[in-house]
Design a protein around this ligand. Structure first.
Ligand code: SF4
Length: 84
């Protein structure tokens, strides 16, 4: 299942995603965007927020709960301790 991810290192806190799609994005305590809701993320408004981000900080990622798919491990987002 897909979920939204904000790369906080890339986010500059411009607020575009928050103003376009406040159902899914809000500012965290540091003024950067964070995902507040992963329901109904496959819609034009959310895609518009993603494409409006000036630093391409927002992306859809695959949720990897209970998923023993080591070949698909993406260390950047990985919650497991993989060998890489
Ligand atoms: S649009 Fe991008 S840079 Fe701007 S607040 Fe959202 S995630 Fe951060």
């Amino acid at each position: 299942m897909k979920k939204l991810n904000v790369n906080k290192e890339a986010c500059i806190g411009c607020g575009a995603c928050v103003s376009i799609d406040s159902e899914h994005f809000d500012f965290d305590e540091n003024g950067y965007s964070e995902v507040i809701n992963n329901d109904n993320i496959d819609n034009d408004n959310t895609r518009n927020a993603i494409s409006s981000c000036p630093t391409s900080a927002i992306s859809y990622v695959e949720e990897d709960n209970n998923n023993n798919n080591d070949d698909e491990c993406d260390c950047e987002h990985c919650d497991h301790h993989c060998e890489n």
